[in-house]
Ligand binder design. Sequence first.
Ligand code: SF4
Length: 59
Amino acid sequence: MAVKVDHDLCTGCGLCTQICPEVFEMGDDGYSHVIRGADESLPCVDEAIEQCPVGAISR
Ligand code: SF4
């Protein structure tokens, strides 16, 4: 299952990039993006999903 960030919800707070910098990065558009080729099975992805204040991350 691919990890996705819903840019209609993401506020660009940056929290997921702090929790899981191996997988998420902030783009020039101000939204979080999944890093190409990142290991999406890392446990920190699940933490980012839980902690995102607007529920924008899913898998
Ligand atoms: S934690 Fe959620 S709202 Fe904040 S940057 Fe990540 S996806 Fe966007």
